[in-house]
Design a protein around this ligand. Structure first.
Ligand code: 13P
Length: 250
């Protein structure tokens, strides 16, 4: 059985004061959640978020990590730096990074390796654009992104990795993939893991859906057999909404 994992991706939102305010509201709302709860926050909020969720069931995540140990990489943050702040999860290869900041399948793989080497758990994002979907390239794109992201990653590490399937056309647009579509596409990703590693490995790895997931559609999406969780953008910025996604069965 794969334990559901609901993660918030705050993106470039929330100052330190807003971080405390949001989390002070969220903590009591999700304290008895069955799903694993994660919040991925901007670097500048990591310390405050860690402080606000100390001793609770909420896990701390970052939104990116650099692949180098340290050095002349102005503006970047290393895995060591995140680990020291109590970060457990890190989003890697989000489509916004691929689209606006030159992230490639290769740099995603480098970041995944660095994260794992320092005991961080990657949430690896994959997903097709609208153009790729309409061009019938969904499978090709997802197989490529998944294969490249997992290059030279040992089978023993799979327990520490989460995949997020985020169709780019569904992010922040209010358009959700239908539950059936999301399920079928995630099956392609899981099939790729089976080919790269083994059937059992594929059965064990958790794969989230992300893209306009909210309190209204979470239950239906989470009822699908392939969908093990959600990566939530907009709806993670309001404590009540995020708690309702976390408790999708309530
Ligand atoms: P939205 O939930 O705002 O569509 O964002 C999804 C996302 O990109 C999460 O990483």
């Amino acid at each position: 059985m794969r334990r559901p994992i609901i993660a918030g991706n705050w993106k470039m939102n929330n100052t330190k004061a807003q971080t405390y305010a949001l989390l002070n509201d969220l903590v009591p709302l999700v304290k008895d959640a069955e799903a694993e709860v994660v919040i991925c926050v901007p670097y500048t909020s990591i310390w405050a978020a860690g402080d606000a969720i100390k001793g609770t069931n909420i896990h701390l995540g970052a939104e990116n990590v650099h692949w180098a140990e340290k050095g002349a990489f102005t503006g970047e943050i290393s895995a060591d730096m995140l680990k020291e702040q109590g970060v457990e999860y890190v989003i890697i290869g989000h489509s916004e990074r691929r689209q606006y900041f030159g992230e490639t399948d290769q740099t995603v793989n480098m970041r995944v390796k660095a994260a794992l080497a320092h005991g961080l758990k990657p949430i690896i994002c994959v997903g097709e654009t609208l153009e790729e979907r309409e061009g019938g390239k969904v499978e090709e794109v997802l197989v490529r992104q998944t294969t490249e992201a997992f290059k030279e990653i040992d089978k023993d590490e799979l327990d520490n990795i989460v995949i997020a399937y985020e169709p780019v056309w569904a992010i922040g647009t209010g358009k959700t993939a239908t539950a059936q579509d999301a399920n079928d596409t995630i099956a392609i990703i899981r099939g790729t893991i089976a080919k790269l590693y083994c059937e059992k490995c594929a059965d064990k790895i958790r794969i989230q859906y992300g893209g306009s997931m909210n309190p209204k559609n979470a239950k239906e999406l989470m009822a699908m057999p392939q969908i093990d969780g959600g990566l939530i953008g907009g709806a993670s910025l309001k404590a009540v909404d995020f708690s309702q996604v976390v408790k999708y069965n309530a």
